[in-house]
Design a binder for this molecule. Structure first.
Ligand code: BES
Ligand code: ZN
Ligand code: ZN
Length: 504
């Protein structure tokens, strides 16, 4: 699918001072009610006869978090306009607030119809120019993301910023800003890709299209790829994946994409649920909100996007992305409640509900990933409605069998601003999955539904350190957050990239 509007914004770094730089708009930030203005905003204030300090004294701009005001400079500065954005209380500042403020500023500038702006970057609190540039670029790009691919009417009314100029003063600052800019762009581009795939409807984003996208990435970045057809998966013994794929006319694809294969690096397997549409199958879902089930491939989208960015950032790992992709539909060929499936692991599963299809395709994908003897396996899946009930739409359900891997994920999560909350995988929960006729059932009780989904998956990872991320809540959202517009969020991409960048 073509990329969407926001990434048309060209961002560059230039040498220059805010108070001397001619541009359509100069973007400046301030903490709330500071004792004294600091850094670039102070220099601009001096050159502007104390205009900004007067505004603040009079309470016309307070610097509250995400506050944004536009002023015309009337020739008092080389910049035609100034936007002041608030960062909130100084003591509460962190990069998550910074990304949010960048996003708010970007949305405000875009919605005002202004096409170009400049923004001075200077060390702030304990953060370097590189960190600030990366988070600024990430926040603004993710904030101005729009999915307009299928809008044909009034396209001329779509607003876009065409150019942003990051200003540095010294050569070493300019280098740091440039590094942060590049990293921020690579990460944002990956999140855009994941969002585009999630927002794309299931008649466009089919398993075949996911496989083509993976193939294209393999060609562009020199990755290894294997795409197994359903018949091949059947011959390999993937009875669970094949059962789910059988009900659909759209051919399923079992996609394996490898970055840095054969270089002797540590292997990490990333496994993503790729149900391009989940109707529930024979255990059909209620029709209300069924349209949302086009997002049931968000795990696979996150895995693809992470591999793309990992390759551009040249992260030193052998990554294996395993993406079982299929629709889950009812038909005369569909699998049925009561069916007993033989998984790739050899273990058998009694199907209670065909709507618990994610854990079925993932069971074969997890078993498949074991053949790479990975140091860690991380799966991402819109697995259970129960997880949404438990944690809401901004938190990832976290499950796992290895304390140190769980801790790494929690640390990366705090830094990336993609929140996780751990739920237990105590063996007692497994009682609910015992079957009279097979090794397990695919459904337990409604109570603890997210945990039971996790316990099911745990039976397919042997002793390998493994983490399961249930992204059913945050995969797509109804109400926007600071740098996450409505719709597909690309959740998981920044979490995984942070994890890999900090792994050492
Ligand atoms: N894709 C759904 C989970 C889901 C629900 C994601 C709501 C996002 C929002 C999954 O395949 C599913 O249907 N799970 C069932 C499991 C149940 C039958 C044990 C569920 O959550 O109801
Ligand atoms: Zn389902
Ligand atoms: Zn599903």
């Amino acid at each position: 699918m073509a990329s969407t509007e926001g990434d048309c914004m060209n961002i560059k770094v230039e040498k220059g001072r805010a108070e001397k730089f001619p541009c359509e708009l100069l973007l400046l930030f301030s903490f709330e009610s500071p004792e004294q203005l600091e850094g670039p905003i102070q220099k601009v204030d001096l050159g502007w006869k104390g205009f900004i300090s007067t505004l603040m004294k009079q309470g016309d701009f307070k610097g509250e978090l995400f506050e944004a005001r536009l002023f015309h400079t009337q020739g008092a500065l080389p910049a035609k306009r100034v936007v002041l954005t608030g960062l909130g209380k100084k003591g509460e500042f962190d990069l998550e607030k910074w990304r949010g403020a960048a996003s708010k500023a970007g949305q405000f500038i875009r919605n005002s119809g202004i096409k170009q702006f400049a923004f001075p970057i200077k060390k702030l609190e304990s953060f370097s120019e590189a960190e600030l540039a990366e988070s600024f670029v990430t926040g603004i790009l993710l904030g101005i993301y729009q999915f307009n691919e299928f809008k044909t009417l009034e396209r001329d009314k779509i607003k876009e910023i065409s150019e942003a100029i990051l200003l540095g003063e010294k050569d070493e600052e300019i280098k740091l800003i440039g590094d942060g800019l590049r990293t921020g762009e690579i990460i944002s581009e990956a999140v855009y890709m994941a969002r585009d795939l999630v927002n794309g409807p299931s008649n466009q984003v089919t398993p075949t299209v996911l496989a083509e996208k993976a193939q294209q990435m393999a060609n562009e970045h020199g990755m290894e790829i294997q795409v197994f057809e359903v018949s091949q998966a059947e011959a390999m013994g993937m009875g669970a994946f094949v059962a789910v794929a059988k009900g659909s006319q759209e051919p399923g694809k079992f996609i394996v994409l490898e970055y840095n294969k054969g270089k002797g690096l540590d292997t990490i397997a990333l496994v993503g649920k790729g149900i391009t549409f989940d109707s529930g199958g024979i255990s059909i879902k209620p029709s209300e909100n069924m349209d949302r089930m086009k997002d049931d491939m968000s795990g696979a989208a996150a895995v693809l996007a992470t591999l793309q960015a990992a390759s551009k950032l040249q992260l030193p790992f052998h990554l294996v992305g395993v993406m079982p992709a299929t629709e889950n539909l009812p038909s005369g060929k569909a699998y049925k409640p009561g069916d007993i499936l033989k998984t790739l692991s050899g273990q058998t599963v009694e199907v209670i509900s065909t709507d618990a299809e994610g854990r079925l395709i993932l069971s074969d994908a997890l078993t498949y990933s074991l053949r790479y003897q990975p140091k860690a396996i991380i799966d991402l899946a819109t697995l259970t409605g129960a997880c949404v009930i438990a944690l809401g739409d901004f938190v990832i359900g976290l499950f796992g069998n290895d304390r140190s891997l769980l801790k790494r994920i929690e640390e990366a999560s705090m830094k990336a601003g993609e929140r996780v909350w751990e739920l237990p995988l105590w063996e007692e929960y497994f009682e609910y999955l015992k079957s009279d006729v097979a090794d397990f059932r695919n459904v337990g009780t409604r109570a603890a539904g997210a945990i039971i989904g996790g316990i099911f998956l745990s039976k397919f990872v042997e002793k390998i350190p493994w983490v399961h991320l249930d992204i059913a809540g945050p995969a797509s959202i109804e109400k926007e957050r600071p740098y996450v517009p409505r719709g597909g969020t690309g959740i998981g991409v920044r979490l995984l990239l942070q994890l890999l960048r900090d792994w050492k």
